[in-house]
Design a binder for this molecule. Sequence first.
Ligand code: TIH
Ligand code: FE2
Length: 295
Amino acid sequence: MFDEGQYFAPVVSRDDGSLAVQLGDGHPGLNDPEYRQRRDQLATMADRWVPGEPAPRVEYTDQEHDVWRVVCEDLRAKHTTYACQEFLDGKEALGLPVDHVPQLEDLSDHLEPLTGFRYRPAAGLVPLREFYGVLAERAFWATQYVRHHSVPLYTPEPDVLHEVVGHGNTLADPRFTGLYAAAGAAARRVETPEALDFVSRIFWFTLEFGVVHEPDGLKAYGAGILSSPGEIEEFRDITIRPLDVLAMGTQDYDITHYQEVLFAGRSFTHVEDVIGGFWTDCDDDSIAALRAGAA
Ligand code: TIH
Ligand code: FE2
């Protein structure tokens, strides 16, 4: 139950050293040979990346730029309505293009002076401990492929739109990156799979799917909501629970559908205090004690 799961569609190596991405049943690109070839190509490029070198530059196609533009244009007004202030601050600082897919390396050059963060290109499979651990060094593993053009409004797989529009805008804001770095430090500190699982669920319900009360209503700060033009319109209508470390660290979720329960901070400061504070102090023993109290 506590295996250190994988974040993305699995990839397998071919005899020639290239990678093949395994798209599951029901994936919109499953029967689109061109899309599959593209996914394999980008995964292979990322796999060949060597730490310390720039992330590979991708020549995006017109169709990929179109998907980027459709999603960004759709999200423009929705972010104004539904995104929390700190996200909007990061968005202003980063100034992402709307009309083309930007390169990870160029974004890293913009992010680094703001918060110290840089992207690393992910081929697909990033084990949880590695994915979270490098946040402590202000590095963020990111995919470079674009979601299938038939499903611009929601994808169950993290694509470059999610990594950049969802996470990138937050990685440009120092209050957010304090939280990311604290999550990374926690992931490095804990040793048991149970504790890592606990830390990663809290990440899911905060930096991926967190919401926060602001004076004019409930806002999203989680990258998974903020990169989905579909889900961003729904989050105010579902079950919203108060921040609670034990509840969040043990709550199940389904990565393939809109979320059914979210946890709201009373303010961004409240999230920093409760969640940032937890990540800063937690260890195997404190997490085991929390779990035992729940039993
Ligand atoms: N569902 C998000 C989107 O459509 O942008 C992507 C993901 C967020 C978290 C996991 S996958
Ligand atoms: Fe994400």
